[in-house]
Design a protein around this ligand. Structure first.
Ligand code: DCP
Ligand code: MG
Length: 359
């Protein structure tokens, strides 16, 4: 087995992401068929739906009007993209705790290369378990994860036990696992290629392996090389963290709600200390652009206050907290503090703490 194939890759994909966030925020929806999407009377389209709705045949990208025909009791909620972006950011932040090699594919999907991670004793399986538990506990939704020696297999593995599943393909299991896969599971194989392969009597990866590289190159051009490798479980694509993390934050949900400004400020100071550590651990070489504070109330509503500032600064956080506390007079169940970074990364790093106000 080559060094490339022996990587430890985790693919994580949130289960019915938008719908899961809506159900989290409105637990009465739990167990009912729920979709997120546009209005059926306005030619709306389904963005996603929960697994209860999928039992009726409802799917992403389906016309909402048709979805309601399939499932008359379907509840369709209009999308709140900001909420999904916020959850995505929090989830990606959790991934960053295990490796800097995180490649987001969309708001709800990412590859992690944990080959070099020393977390959880270096066990990718234990890392995936811990990540799933942390996402559930702090974001309140489930994710499915796949652990495998490369991206292609990790992605298949994350779908294998969906929803709320974990599936591991160890290097010594690759051969057998891939053999039984239908060729449609190989990326790049759509309906047209699948039917061409079928005409040649090729249904599974095991069947495909009987064909030589030169045969496949002859039949499929350069794609033949990919087919030859994938049906043997070979995929040398690297995990490429194309975007550096755009923000880092820490937050705590309190066992007992906070009711006074003093209590809140006390907790925020603790969080600032944790945030400083997180930034140092992440070795973030980019410039801080904004500071923010997040407040979640006892009724689960939330608010965020932020300001432009280029270093961690306790006074700025205090002002942000005061502004946030004025917004609503309710007990507080969660506080978070964080920084957002400049997009460009090749700047000189300023000291974390800066007493000079440069805003
Ligand atoms: N999405 C969308 N339109 C689509 C497909 C998806 O708006 N045609 C959005 C809604 C999904 C999110 O992207 O919640 C993530 O897409 P996924 O394909 O990962 O689907 P889900 O997370 O909803 O479901 P699954 O449990 O199958 O991953
Ligand atoms: Mg998903």
């Amino acid at each position: 087995m080559s060094a490339i194939q022996s990587k430890k890759i985790i693919h994580c994909d949130c289960d019915c992401f938008y719908a899961a966030i809506e159900i989290r925020d409105n637990p009465q929806l739990h167990g009912l068929p729920v979709a997120v999407g546009g209005d059926p009377t306005q030619r709306g389209v389904i963005a996603t739906c929960n697994y209860e709705a999928r039992r009726f045949g409802v799917r992403s990208a389906m016309a909402s009007a048709y979805a309601v025909k399939l499932c008359p009791s379907l509840l369709i909620i209009p999308p709140s993209l900001n909420k999904y972006r916020e959850a995505s950011e929090q989830i990606m932040n959790i991934y960053q705790d295990y490796t800097e090699r995180v490649e987001p594919l969309s708001l709800d999907e990412a590859y992690l290369d944990v080959s070099e991670s020393s977390k959880c004793g270096g066990s990718a399986t234990l890392i995936a378990k811990e990540i799933r538990a942390r996402v559930f506990k702090s974001i309140g939704i489930t994710i499915s994860s796949g652990v495998a020696p490369n991206k292609f297999l990790a992605k298949i593995a994350s779908g294998w036990k969906k929803p709320n599943g974990l599936f591991v393909i160890r290097p010594d299991e690759v051969e057998q696992f891939v053999a039984q896969l239908p060729v449609e599971n190989l990326f790049g194989v759509g309906k047209v290629t699948a039917s061409r392969l079928k005409a040649l009597g090729i249904i599974t990866c095991h069947d495909l392996r009987a064909w030589s590289l030169s045969d496949l190159l002859h039949l499929f051009g350069s794609f033949g090389q990919q087919l030859y490798e994938l049906c043997r479980g070979i995929d040398s694509r690297q995990v490429t963290p194309d975007r550096e993390s755009k923000s880092i934050s820490v937050e705590t949900t309190y066992i007992k709600d906070l009711t006074t400004a003093d209590e809140c400020w006390h907790e925020v100071q603790i969080l600032i200390g944790e945030l400083e550590q997180r930034i140092q651990q992440a070795n973030a070489s980019h410039l801080i652009r904004k500071l923010f504070i997040k407040i979640k109330y006892d009724d689960f509503n939330r608010t965020t206050t932020e300001c432009i500032y280029h270093a961690l600064n306790a006074d700025k956080f205090k002002k942000l907290l005061d502004v946030g506390l004025l917004r609503r007079k309710r007990a507080i169940r969660l506080l978070g503090v964080g920084v957002r970074f400049e997009q460009e990364s090749n700047r000189l790093q300023l000291p974390l703490f800066d007493s000079v106000d440069i805003s």
